[in-house]
Design a protein around this ligand. Structure first.
Ligand code: SAM
Ligand code: ZN
Length: 281
């Protein structure tokens, strides 16, 4: 969907164009930038390059693999998936490997993340865009997923087809608890993921827990990939970064929602205010 006039975009050789003539060139990596300059809240929005690269190293080492397996079991038969806040596309890659017929679309506000995703997963469709204005036409998506990223409920309800699905994943109460106890005097548990959304009903929910032993290099990559790189007391952070090994607890909560049918279409479908939910982070 064209971010300027909300009409549909057609594929042309150089990229995408709408009937009003708004053009979006495809970058050499294969993504398009659908984030209008006036929607940017900073010159380089989203996660930093350093966080993105560290997260990619950490994810590629397979530490969140069990989460993907748990997620895949939940995904019903479908054609079109939209990953909101897709990062480097790690989960999309795993999902399309297991479900080869799936058309995968992903958006993220961080251009360097989208560039990596597009470079790596050539068959997927990636765009720089905001969760506040998803660049897809209304009711075109079978399943939207949001893994540890901000999301707008109104935009999910608009983009997902009636009776389609929305999967939200966030941290369980004691996700990375050992990092928190190493950094803070009084670490706080993560709040529970919400169990309701305005335009849908909860279909299934679950948690997935496991432990991993990290060597120092893996620990450094994990710290750099998370906001912990800047948090906690400096001395504690430095002491943590010296650790040669640490067993950490990983815990994820997921909720699968089914969106409302047209008959009970809610008011907010037509009334997107772009407010973002924090996804329990
Ligand atoms: C914790 S990362 C999760 C990335 C990916 N889902 C994963 O789990 O590997 C959060 C992502 O949300 C993106 N993000 C932050 N604000 C956003 C917004 N308003 N719209 C779209 N993406 C956003 C960040 O750039 C970052 O890539
Ligand atoms: Zn347009």
């Amino acid at each position: 969907m064209c971010p300027h006039c909300t009409q549909s975009l057609e594929v042309v050789e150089s990229g995408l164009v709408c009937v009003s003539g708004h053009r979006f060139d495809r970058a050499k990596e294969g993504y398009v930038n659908l984030l209008p300059v006036q929607h940017k809240r900073s010159s380089n929005p989203g996660d930093s390059d350093e966080m993105i690269r560290s997260r990619q190293r950490f994810l590629n080492a397979g530490y969140y693999h069990s989460l993907v397996s748990a997620i895949i079991e939940q995904i019903p038969e479908m054609n079109t998936l939209l990953d909101v806040g897709c990062g480097e596309g790690y989960y999309d890659g795993m999902l399309s490997e297991r479900l080869p017929g799936l058309s995968v679309y992903g958006i993220d506000i961080a251009k360097s993340a989208v560039r990596l995703a597009a470079k790596h997963y050539r068959k997927h469709h990636y765009a720089v865009a905001s969760a506040r204005q998803l660049p897809v036409m209304s009711s075109t998506i079978d399943l939207a997923i949001c893994i540890f990223s901000p999301v707008s409920d109104a935009e999910i309800a608009r983009a997902v087809r009636p009776s389609g699905f929305y999967l939200e994943v966030g941290p369980a109460a004691r996700h990375l608890w050992e990092l928190k106890t190493a950094l803070y005097e009084q670490p706080r548990e993560h709040a529970s993921l919400r169990r309701t959304i305005p335009d849908g009903e909860l279909l299934r929910e679950g948690e997935c827990h496991y432990e991993k032993q990290l060597n120092n290099a893996e620990l450094l990559a994990l710290v750099a990939a998370t906001p912990f790189a800047f948090r906690g007391y400096r001395e504690k952070r430095e002491a943590l970064q010296e650790r040669s090994d640490l067993t950490i607890s990983l815990g994820f909560s997921w909720r699968l929602f089914k969106l409302a049918d047209w008959q009970d279409a809610p008011v907010s479908r037509a009334d997107s205010d772009g407010a973002l939910e924090s996804n329990g982070l």
